[in-house]
Design a protein around this ligand. Structure first.
Ligand code: AMP
Ligand code: ZN
Length: 136
């Protein structure tokens, strides 16, 4: 389940050095080399899945539990004021490394980072049409 051509597989396996914050049999958590803020980290499964669509349910469950654990640790150790979980899937969504990962981005008052989107202003009918498409 490891892809030798994938940099995150190689980092997760320990073949490429990283600033590791946590490791177990299935995951490694590392500091991002291009951090948005102090403590910006990435949760990497050791097995190769390209994105959330491919990630098995059990791995998804474990990843979010690990995200919570790391978030609490960051709050305790870094005294961050908030934290963003970011998880990109597909080039269109901003994914640049095609090995599933969750960004943990601690936030500090006045850190100047912008993680967001431009809000739309849909009519109710448009929202309802989308709701139907997804829910039914
Ligand atoms: P994404 O755009 O969601 O695919 O995020 C990829 C992230 O991986 C970016 O925030 C990069 O800064 C980070 N990154 C890329 N290569 C490395 C590396 N070798 N070690 C740590 N972080 C990396
Ligand atoms: Zn990989």
């Amino acid at each position: 389940m490891k892809d030798d051509t994938c940099i995150f597989c190689r980092i997760a396996a320990g073949e490429i050095p990283s600033k590791t914050l946590y490791e177990d049999d299935e995951f490694r958590v590392i500091l991002d080399l291009g951090p948005a803020t102090k403590g910006h980290a990435l949760i990497l499964p050791k097995n190769h899945y390209r994105n959330l669509f491919e990630l098995p349910k059990e791995q998804a469950e474990k990843a979010i539990v690990l995200a919570k654990k790391m978030a609490l640790r960051m709050q305790e150790k870094l005294h961050c004021d908030g934290l963003n979980l970011v998880q990109n899937n597909g080039e269109t969504a901003g994914q640049t490394v095609f090995h599933f990962h969750i960004h943990l981005i601690p936030r500090y008052e006045g850190d100047g980072q912008v993680i967001g989107w431009k809000p739309g202003k849909p009519e109710d009918a448009e929202l309802e049409a989308v709701r139907k498409t997804i829910a039914e």
